[in-house]
Design a protein around this ligand. Sequence first.
Ligand code: NIG
Ligand code: FE
Length: 403
Amino acid sequence: MARLLVRDLVQLATPSAGPAPLRGAALGAVEVLEDAYVLCAGDTIESVGRMRDLPALDGEVVEVDGRGRCAIPGLVDCHAHIAFGGDRVEEFSLRAGGASYEELHARGGGILSTVRATRAAGEDGLRAAVERHRGWMLRQGTTTFEGKSGYGLDRDTELASLRAVRDAGGVPTWLGAHAVAPEFDGDADAYLDFALAEVLPEAAKIAEAADVFLERGAFDAVQARRYLEACRAAGLALRLHGDQFTESGAIPLAIELGARSVDHLEATGDEGVRALAASAVVGVVLPASALFLGRPMPPARALVDAGAAVALATDFNPGSAFCESLPLCCSLAATQLKLSPAEALSACTVNAAHVLGRADRVGRLAAGYRADVVLLDAPDWRYLAYHLGGQLVARLVVAGELR
Ligand code: NIG
Ligand code: FE
């Protein structure tokens, strides 16, 4: 097996080695090696260390020059809506002129306009869109990604979305309860009857998790519970979109049902922060979405200080966060959420991998982990957060292959 050696790196930075998810001080305890190397064997990291400790290597070794560069783990985007057709640039322009996101949604725009475009795209169109979005994410250093359905809301389009995500190498999440499908005329219970009877049995064979939008104007806590309990019984892990605009009971429900995560949290108050901190549920913060909608930022600093497990993701989607860049999210984490660059890095690597059930193999630069490495064009790895909107990613190693 040919080996790949990335050598002479200015720095190598990796989250600390404690059990995932990292909390409290461990979140910011990034280990930094100066003048470092990463040695990959096939799709796995064989070792990392300082150049002076690099052993003599026999056999075929492909060498990559790391001078002037820093290595971090491949980034992990644990919350992304990548399966959609069309765009919402028209709506974006209206919002720029003052219309609110919730108003546009109530008028049949918003999520439902993307549902129309996604249904119209057909399976081939959807596959092409997912591949395109996946390519954008890769260029920003994302080597592991989640992809939600939720813009089909009928059987065929939901299943086609999940297959497209899976076949593009993503981790598929069935967001069957994203909005009420238009043919149900606002009757959320009737829509859920349909989704759970007609879509869940097949969706559960493709997806790893289920997700629900628990919010005023979407699904309430009673409906969310019914949906999530059925999904859990079908073997899916659970996720929730919660506290985006209002505190509608997402955190207590997530804790009670043993969900992997509750995501958004822009409206979460002190009690929610305390409850989440005392639980095993990860709080996923999505600052690009808050920025894009001009909404308050989630209380990420308070969550970390209280001891909650926090992950950081893009929320990439056409309506509330047309942004696939985790480096930009790291900049927002540092400037808006008051997380250190180290906390931001751990939040979008090891903790995000935990949300996707992959923290044993993904999210760290250490022996035995998958050989996913981002080489930053930077003299200090903290440029990841510091270089706002910069072209940071110089090269990538994805499962041992140089890109
Ligand atoms: O996470 N809030 C619900 N869903 C998405 C946005 C969907 C859309 O606007 O198309 C989100 O922000
Ligand atoms: Fe989302």
